[in-house]
Write a protein that binds this ligand. Structure first.
Ligand code: FNR
Length: 324
């Protein structure tokens, strides 16, 4: 590639060149046939605009608010695991880029920098993404540390009762040897000879029995607002508003969990309609262009989140790459 990368696809190519195959496959891949992985992106491309002319666009304002926090543009950092596999500076570099870009970073339960390290390294507005472990004390401790360290919301991920079948990781025997600090891994015995080490972790640690009544448990251990991440239907959107979440993230986990879920942009309107303005609706999955962001906003999202684009920026050009 000649010169500076000019779009996310070019950053992806730089990341591919920079990373060991095992890690690139882990970051870029999806579950099984990767049908939804392709669709998340393709479904955006099928939507075209109906542009109106002769409107004064000489002054534009991209800022918006999320749970009352003002951000410079409706683009947030989605939670993704183990940024140190993309670059040794890991989530700290990502958080600094989020701060410089005046937006919100959602730190993953599977972060390779600690909750405290990320909090003390920058003044980004941070939310904390939670996986709920069989051992509820582990989850409760994570939540309490996030709250103590100034994270402003809990993003409860509900589409990972067990790990999606990511066949590249199984083939590569994906391992994470140099990272001792991964928040959600430290308290678990990881052991899995057959598949990837992550699969072993998920089978051993994640609570596959998590269900709607557990939102009450989460509310009982924190005062932070709770966003629910992984909603794809009107039925679940209505339930989520009934249990009192502060917001909904339409997500299929970047197509890494259940393959053949719909592309997120195709179900956004359904969810927005069901929610009826009671809480804000966010979206992630396949957002690669400013025009994709605009499409999501036009279909009712308050803001979107990006997962892989952040990682590609980090792998290619560290903090500057994430900002770009
Ligand atoms: C993720 N995602 C994710 N989600 C979550 O709630 N907790 C996590 O730890 C992770 N980890 C993770 C790792 C990697 C490598 C990826 C690519 C994704 C899902 C993430 O939050 C988001 O839903 C998707 O990444 C959005 O899709 P795009 O932007 O990657 O297409």
């Amino acid at each position: 590639m000649e010169g500076e990368p000019v779009n996310v696809n070019e950053f992806q190519e730089l990341a591919r060149q920079a990373l060991p195959k095992m890690y690139y496959d882990f970051f870029s891949g999806g579950a099984e046939d990767q049908h939804t992985l392709k669709e998340n992106v393709e479904a955006f491309r099928r939507i075209t605009f109906r542009p109106r002319i002769l409107v004064d666009v000489s002054r534009i304002n991209l800022s918006t608010t999320v749970l009352g926090y003002k951000i410079s543009a409706p683009i947030m950092v989605a939670p993704s695991s183990m940024h140190k596999l993309a670059h040794p500076e890991g989530e700290i570099a990502t958080a600094r880029a989020a701060a410089a870009s005046n937006t919100i970073m959602v730190l993953s339960s599977m972060s390779s920098c600690t909750i405290e390290e990320v909090a003390s390294s920058c003044n980004a507005i941070r939310f904390f993404q939670l996986y709920v472990y069989k051992n509820r004390d582990v989850a409760a401790q994570l939540v309490q540390r996030a709250e103590r360290n100034g994270y402003k919301a809990i993003v409860l991920t509900v589409d990972a009762p067990m790990l999606g079948r990511r066949e590249a990781d199984i083939k590569n025997k994906m391992i994470v040897p140099p990272l001792k600090n991964i928040e959600g891994l430290v308290s678990t015995e990881v052991d899995n000879d057959e598949g990837s080490i992550l699969e072993g972790f998920a089978k051993g640690a994640l609570d596959a029995s998590l269900c709607w009544r557990d939102i009450g448990w989460l509310r009982s251990i924190t005062n932070l607002p709770i966003l629910i991440k992984g909603v794809l239907t009107r039925e679940d959107a209505i339930k989520a508003t009934e249990v009192g979440v502060a917001g909904i993230v339409v997500s299929n986990h970047g197509a890494r969990q259940l393959d053949y879920t719909p592309a997120t942009i195709t179900v956004l309107e359904e969810v927005v309609h069901a929610v009826g303005g009671k809480v804000p609706v966010f979206l992630d999955g396949g957002v690669r262009r400013g025009t994709d962001v605009f499409k999501a906003l036009a279909l009712g999202a308050q803001a979107i989140l990006i997962g892989r684009p952040v990682i590609y920026g980090l792998a290619a050009k560290v903090e500057y790459g994430v900002s770009r």
